[in-house]
Design a protein around this ligand. Structure first.
Ligand SMILES: Cc1cc2nc3c(=O)[nH]c(=O)nc-3n(C[C@H](O)[C@H](O)[C@H](O)COP(=O)(O)OP(=O)(O)OC[C@H]3O[C@@H](n4cnc5c(N)ncnc54)[C@H](O)[C@@H]3O)c2cc1C
Length: 490
């Protein structure tokens, strides 16, 4: 068995592991980094995505710090018109390949064991990895830290295990199968049944609608409806700063006047900052998804929505929802599309806790839901601050919350963390130049140029101070709900 040595062994070459490594290479010019990842290519779950997947946030602040996405143009047509173009899954994957092949490996300080699984680490700090195809085991001496970049346990339709039964004569597919339907015209179904209420299901509904499928041919099982961020208020750069600040001010005001997380969302909807598909249904889910008003208009055209909870069995012509609910008829021969994979954990996660744990770092969000920003900043903090207590104080792990009721917990953690960073001059300087920070570099550029549009920020700091007692009031109540909540339905 061969033995190699490294300073940091990162488990996972997905977005999070790559963002961490990219920043650490710059911030600690002496360190050596090794990746181990089961996938054949960098990019993690983006390797397994359906072909029409796209980032739902602007690519301007996604990925790694050192490399921008190539296309950040404004869309001129379609449901996203007027807003920054969304990077397709293919672009995201190509981007991460470029990060690995043109940036990390040529540094001479990075090793990458693809198609390899992390098997464990012994008491001396030596890790064992095993080639997925070769079966060959290697030992890696970890001089400094093991970095767990698998916390999010991303689950997507093509790799997850279904939690419901499917009868043999029922038709079911995953989103990635839809673009191939044209190859067998005789197999095109009369009806489609979308299973799941999350962003993947919304992508499928938009895709089918844009492909010309009449809304009355689509049935949609939505165990829970969702609040969604209006993409108009989450755009990067100088031209959109006023809208971003307006939305943040509206959030602060909503916290000031609301008695619960649910009420925060109702107040945000009044200003158009939060959207929902069905105005008659109160959403019970909030997973930070971002959507345009154009997409919402398309989704509203689908009116055959089944709200009976989670499907337990898919039969040809009927959907079952456990023992106590009557089966719901759907057209015989309908094609069911499984959009029930849970993406990332929105419940209180098993491995949650501090990020810095002696000889191990468990990468988690420090600014929800910006997972790559969080990993990059955590690398900066690892390189520049002395001990775990200080590092954990500067990079307090937050959690991805699941519902409107629990969102105030994440919002409180975000504000508290940002407050700490702004009082730490080195970190404030880093934020001002990190492309992963949605506003930092924009504000820095505008300040340097004396841009009058910066006036949008006047009063923002005072608004934060004024809202903070209410953010903490709702945030602590939400934390208690989050920590006792059962695993969510999608
Ligand atoms: C469809 C979709 C769209 C999304 N859009 C956005 C968005 O717009 N903005 C946003 O911020 N987030 C978005 N997300 C959230 C998304 O989870 C993150 O953006 C990010 O890609 C997650 O990266 P990751 O590195 O944490 O996980 P992964 O991509 O899952 O990478 C983890 C890697 O670890 C490897 N691994 C796990 N265990 C082992 C082991 N024992 N040994 C070796 N390797 C192992 C896996 O093979 C995998 O490659 C989206 C998620 C989905 C599913």
């Amino acid at each position: 068995m061969t033995t190699q040595a490294t300073d940091y062994l990162i488990i996972g070459a997905g977005a999070v592991g790559l963002a961490f490594a990219d920043s650490l290479l710059d911030e600690d010019p002496d360190c050596h980094i090794t990746f181990v990842d089961k996938h054949a290519k960098p990019g993690g779950h983006w390797n397994d995505a359906y072909s029409f997947v796209a980032l739902h946030q602007p690519s301007a602040f996604y990925g790694v710090n050192s490399l921008a996405f190539t296309s950040e143009a404004i869309d001129t047509h379609g449901a996203n018109a007027g807003l920054c173009a969304l990077a397709s899954g293919t672009e995201v994957l190509a981007y991460f390949e470029k990060v690995m092949n043109l940036r990390l490996l040529p540094s001479g300080r990075v090793a990458y064991h693809r198609l390899s699984e992390f098997k464990g680490r012994d008491e001396s700090g030596t890790a064992t990895i095993r080639g997925v195809l070769s079966g060959e085991e290697k030992r890696i001496t970890v001089r400094r830290k093991l970095v767990d970049a698998t916390f999010y346990q991303t689950s997507v339709p093509s790799t997850h295990t279904r939690a419901f039964a499917v009868d043999e004569d029922a038709r079911i597919c995953i989103p990635g199968d839809l673009p191939d339907l044209w190859k067998r015209p005789e197999n095109i179904p009369e009806a489609f049944v979308i299973l799941g209420g999350g962003k993947t299901a919304m992508d499928v509904a938009v895709w089918l609608t844009e492909a010309g499928v009449a809304p009355d041919r689509i049935h949609w099982v939505r165990p829970r409806d969702s609040w969604l961020n209006n993409r108009k208020y989450l755009q990067p750069g100088e031209d959109f700063l006023a809208a971003t600040v307006e939305s943040q001010m509206a959030h602060l005001e909503a916290f000031r006047v609301s008695q619960s997380g649910e009420e925060v969302f109702e107040n945000l909807e009044k200003g158009g900052y939060m959207l929902r598909i069905d105005p008659e249904v109160t959403p019970e889910m909030y997973h930070y998804a971002v959507i345009s008003e154009g997409e919402i208009a398309m989704l509203r055209r689908i009116t055959q929505v089944i709200r009976k909870g989670r499907v337990t069995r898919v039969a040809n012509g009927a959907l079952h929802f456990g023992e106590t609910v009557h089966p719901v008829p759907v057209p015989a021969g309908a094609l069911h599309i499984d959009c029930t994979a849970r993406a990332v954990p929105f419940s209180s996660a098993d491995n949650a806790g501090p990020q810095f744990r002696g000889d191990t770092i468990v990468l988690q969000p420090v600014m929800v839901p910006l997972v790559t920003f969080s990993a990059a900043l955590t690398a900066y903090i690892e390189a520049h601050f002395p001990d775990d207590a200080t590092k954990n104080q500067l990079a307090r792990a937050a959690e991805l919350t699941d519902t409107p009721a629990t969102f105030p917990y994440a919002f409180m953690m975000n504000l508290m963390n940002r407050g700490t960073w702004m009082q730490t001059p080195e970190i404030a300087a880093w934020l001002a130049k990190s492309r992963l920070d949605p506003t930092g570099p924009t504000v820095a550029r505008m300040s340097a140029a004396g841009d009058p549009r910066l006036a949008a920020l006047s009063g923002f700091r005072q608004a934060v101070m004024a809202a903070m007692p209410d953010v903490i009031r709702l945030g602590m109540a939400a934390k208690a709900i989050h920590e006792t909540a059962a695993s969510p339905a999608k």
